[in-house]
Design a binder for this molecule. Structure first.
Ligand code: ADP
Ligand code: ASP
Ligand code: MG
Length: 419
């Protein structure tokens, strides 16, 4: 007997027929003798629809009321799944965020989980009842509904798994595992049986939306065993316990496995970046700080930064990227401080994409970046900016070249599946 937390994403929960399929998968795990808790997303498209209603009601919406609205999508699917399980003869009940409770801070629309009181949950699971928990939602110290940011149900699932000390957290989605790159973009992408926490963290943070970044850092910190697998299966599919999907493992576990590893594990693309260039900034101490301090104060995340001094002029251009959703705010803030920062012109561009290659193998092998630059150059793809970490190289390119870049890099690093 094991204790399993299962999470089903929006596509898996989209409509009665699919919810019945999900209930069947859940029942199978219970029939196999496991204690089960299930975390569910809203039906696909529902959260977008609710966010739009908020925008229409009030462009400058109050995040606390936004949370009341958007958390409802998960309330609906959790109730529907409990009803469907009951119709199949299972004992099941829903536990809303405030009922568990899943306690968060009060940063509405991007709340962080602080604590989960799992006593009532574990007692009900031990009594053979399937606990169905809406993902994405929690409760603030003031007792108000909060949500965890887009894609947050993954984080809910991992947090519940840590709280109930689950043996495994199975994240069911519309693909059957983590691939070398988005299988919807590159047909030759290969499924990875194992990925390390660190690699998954990098992949998620640079744009592989298969798992929310915070869910991976939480799993790493709490040592939760996470498997990504497909909910689009029938009764003949191998059981989840045989790990048909992708298992996220520690570095040590990976080293212990005898599988052949490529130098690069995966490639991700992120089209949600925007680039800002400030020209002719004085080359003096404090100039750069005067740009980035106010951005940080407004919670705008700066990613890539390039600064190069024109030696003869004593002036410099500074280029950096911010999330596209923050571009307008960043521009307004910088324009308001134009005299203080002392720039000549601000040039903003939204049509850039970040392409990243990730792999722990990079630690011990040189030449990964060189291969990337040469491969892109051979296709005439211009690199606007570069950033690196110990296990990642990212480049900024024109958005129109995203798919081509991912495809040629996938081939160059030997990741293509055999035809
Ligand atoms: P869910 O609704 O189940 O949370 P998401 O849409 O958030 O599902 O995540 C699954 C999607 O992630 C897949 O349909 C796929 O297009 C995308 N994806 C991006 N990169 C990868 C990758 N490296 N491996 C697998 N899927 C990926
Ligand atoms: N429904 C939420 C969203 O679409 C949370 C999730 O599905 O993970 O962002
Ligand atoms: Mg998701």
């Amino acid at each position: 007997m094991a204790r399993i937390v299962m999470k089903f994403g929006g596509t898996s929960m989209a409509g009665s027929e699919r919810i019945r399929r999900v209930a069947g998968i859940v029942k199978r795990q219970q029939d196999a003798g496991h204690e089960v808790a299930v975390v569910v997303s809203a039906m696909a498209g529902e959260t977008d629809r609710l966010v739009n209603f908020c925008r229409e009601a009030n462009a400058l919406y109050d995040p606390a009321e936004y949370d009341v609205v958007v958390a409802s999508g998960e309330q609906v699917t959790s109730g529907l799944l409990a009803l469907t399980l009951q119709a199949m003869g299972c004992k099941a009940r829903s536990w809303l965020g405030w009922q568990v409770p899943i306690k968060t801070d009060d940063a509405h629309a991007k709340a962080r989980i602080e604590d989960i009181d799992a006593d009532a949950l574990t007692a009900s699971m031990a009594a053979g009842e399937i606990a169905v928990i809406p993902g994405f939602q929690g409760v603030s110290p003031q007792g108000r509904v909060t949500t965890l940011g887009r894609g947050g149900s993954d984080t809910s699932a991992v947090a519940v798994a840590a709280a109930v000390k689950a043996d495994r957290c199975d994240i069911y989605t519309d693909v059957d595992g983590v691939y070398t790159t988005d299988p919807r973009i590159v047909a030759k992408a290969r499924k990875l049986p194992l990925v390390t926490y660190e690699e998954m963290l990098e992949l998620a943070s640079v744009g592989s939306k298969v798992l929310q970044t915070r869910s991976v850092s939480l799993a790493m910190k709490e040592k939760v065993r996470v498997q990504v697998l497909s909910s689009f299966i029938d009764e003949t599919a191998p059981a989840a316990d045989t790990i048909p999907g992708t298992l996220i493992v520690s570095d040590e576990e990976l080293e212990g496995s005898d599988m052949e590893r490529q130098l690069i594990t995966g490639i991700a693309a992120d089209k949600n970046e925007a680039k800002i260039t400030l020209t002719r900034i004085a080359d003096r101490p404090g100039a750069v700080a005067s740009i980035f301090a106010p951005l940080a104060d407004s919670n705008i995340n700066v990613d890539m930064i390039i600064q190069n001094v024109a030696k003869d002029l004593g002036e410099t251009d500074v280029t950096f990227t911010v999330p596209q959703s923050d571009l307008t705010r960043a521009q307004a803030m910088l324009e308001a401080r134009k005299d203080e920062i002392g720039f000549y012109r601000m040039i903003a561009e939204g049509n850039v994409a970040k392409i990243s290659v990730v792999g722990v193998g990079m630690r011990s092998h040189a030449g990964v970046a060189a291969t990337m630059f040469k491969t892109l150059a051979d296709r005439g793809i211009n690199i606007i900016a570069i950033s690196t970490s110990e296990i990642k190289v990212s480049v900024l390119i024109d958005t129109d070249e995203t798919e081509l870049a991912v495809r040629v890099l996938h081939t160059a690093y030997g990741l293509d599946a055999a035809a």
